[in-house]
Design a protein around this ligand. Structure first.
Ligand code: NAP
Length: 467
């Protein structure tokens, strides 16, 4: 199937020969080639989606949930296969692939089905009713770092809400999107309701973002890509949802449980080899506790074993590819130029393939490029602060505003949390769930995904008076 495109309820032979190779970052083998959809094919898919919209919008929500149930049941029966595909195209460790990339997001689908079942589709007021209608034709542009999750977070609420969907997955990780499409097809969604259009952002993405029949563009990716897409979409007054990058702080206050704070910070910054939008990549610590925290961090970093993603004991796999590795190495040079002190890890001179070890720098100037720019690798920056006000200032001294963590006595920790300009904040042992809204402020974008908040971008309001 990975040599075909999916639209109008069928797998189609590509009209052109243009292909994109998919590489396994652990072995550097080319494991598949997918077609690069052409403008002509994207147009055909959009037209089939627009034709399918009226009937799908009118399909009772119970029927949409029933189809989604068939879809998720198929995916649940293929969990190992999904994880295997994700490991091979992303390089993430096998345990993480199964537990987080697959099972975590399967739970999201069931949760969204409950939301659709209980959603207030009509609000009745005195003299008028407010109807929640689907937005229409939805284009989904997704990144490579959570190749299944980012797709699920968009297509599932969009379909349940009665939208028709066109998916352009990242060209680096399109294979799990094929597995998802296979399940959509087998579940029996009507023709045109879902399309898979692998290809390049600058080609497929641009056609989707500008086509007059597309009503909403939901984009997850870099701030650069998102702003380009938003500019294209705004000329046609399309709705736009942007889930963008981050450089999120973890703040340790005096009196914090250091074991907990370091475990949670390192877990998050090294998760998925540091290729997580909400990674806690800046650690802000009280100046007079810096040495103690540095020492503890260097002990704890040994727990983050890195290497072959197929080895079940490994927690950090390779970076996603040559471009990602070059990017991380570039920041190692920048760190030297900027005078950041390498604390542990970073034995990058000998690194083979796309592997790069978990690494910590300290004495990092918060205004340096190392602290300000998204590296998207397993690299933590430690920066000291003087007092709580200084910690808040440093936490917010970034163009991003996606996530953050605070550890310390409750009153102080909640003071910092309430002053942080970020969309998702964890305090002490608070547990992040998929039912809460996920998304950012400032250059981390707008719009939310997950739970009821991730459902609402896919509906629009219509009021009818006189009822
Ligand atoms: P990206 O380069 O911006 O690409 C994201 C998607 O958009 C890809 O499918 C890409 O196509 C397409 N695209 C990029 N530029 C485009 C343009 N100008 N016009 C049309 N389509 C375009 O991001 P990425 O490298 O895949 O993903 C990593 C980034 O995503 C990081 O910054 C990370 O923080 C962010 N992210 C954010 C969240 C969140 O929820 N906030 C979640 C995950 C990741 P190609 O196939 O050509 O690349």
């Amino acid at each position: 199937m990975t040599n075909k495109l999916y639209y109008n309820g069928q797998w189609h032979e590509p009209l052109h020969q243009d292909k994109i190779d998919v590489e396994n970052p652990a072995t550097r083998e080319i494991i598949a080639s997918v077609p690069a959809a052409s403008k002509e094919e994207v147009n055909l898919a959009i037209e089939s989606a627009a034709a399918a919209l009226p009937a799908w919008r009118e399909t009772p929500v119970e029927k949409r949930i029933e189809l989604m149930d068939s879809f998720v049941t198929l995916l649940e029966s293929r969990q190992e296969k999904l994880a295997e595909v994700i490991v091979s195209e992303l390089g993430t460790p096998v345990r993480l692939a199964l537990n987080m990339h697959v099972r975590g997001y399967l739970a999201n689908i069931r949760n969204d089905m409950e939301i659709a079942r209980n959603y207030p589709w009509v609000d009745v007021y005195d003299g008028y009713k407010v109807y929640k209608e689907s937005v229409g034709v939805v284009a989904c542009l997704t990144p490579w770092n959570y190749p299944m999750g980012q797709v699920i977070l968009k297509i599932v609420p969009a379909l349940l809400a009665g939208n028709v969907v066109l998916l352009k997955p990242s060209q680096k990780t399109p294979l799990v999107a094929y597995e998802i499409t296979k399940a959509i097809d087998e579940a029996g969604f009507p023709p045109g309701v879902f399309s898979l259009l692998p290809g390049r952002g600058a080609e497929v993405g641009n056609v989707l973002a500008t086509h007059p029949l597309v009503d909403l563009v939901t984009f997850t990716g870099s701030t650069k890509g998102g702003t380009e897409v938003a500019k294209l979409a705004q000329d046609d007054v399309k709705r736009v949802v942007l889930e963008l990058g981050g450089k999120s702080p973890s703040v340790i206050l005096k009196g914090a449980d250091l074991e907990l704070a370091l475990k949670r910070t390192l877990d998050k910054v090294f998760l998925n080899t540091g290729q997580t939008c909400s990674a806690f990549s800046r650690l802000l610590v009280p100046a007079d506790m810096k040495e103690e925290i540095e020492q503890l961090a260097c002990e704890k970093i040994k727990d983050y074993t890195y290497g072959d993603p197929l080895d079940e004991s490994i927690r950090v796999g390779p970076l996603n590819g040559a471009a990602q590795k070059e990017k991380v190495l570039k920041y190692m040079d920048i760190a030297k130029e900027e005078g950041a002190r390498l604390l542990c890890g970073g034995d990058y001179d000998n690194a083979q393939g796309y592997y790069f070890p978990p690494t910590i720098f300290t004495d990092v100037d918060n205004l340096s490029r190392l602290a300000q720019e998204e590296i998207f690798g397993p690299v933590l920056c430690i920066t000291p602060f003087e007092d709580i006000e200084d910690a808040i200032r440093l936490a917010n001294e970034t163009v991003y505003g996606l996530s953050g963590a605070v550890f310390g006595p409750e009153k102080d920790a909640f003071k910092v949390a309430s002053n942080m300009r970020a969309g998702v904040i964890v305090v002490n042992d608070g547990k992040q769930t998929t039912a809460g809204p996920f998304g950012g402020m400032k250059h981390s974008g707008y719009g939310r995904e997950g739970g009821i908040y991730g459902f609402e971008p896919f509906v629009e309001l219509k009021v009818v008076y006189g009822e």
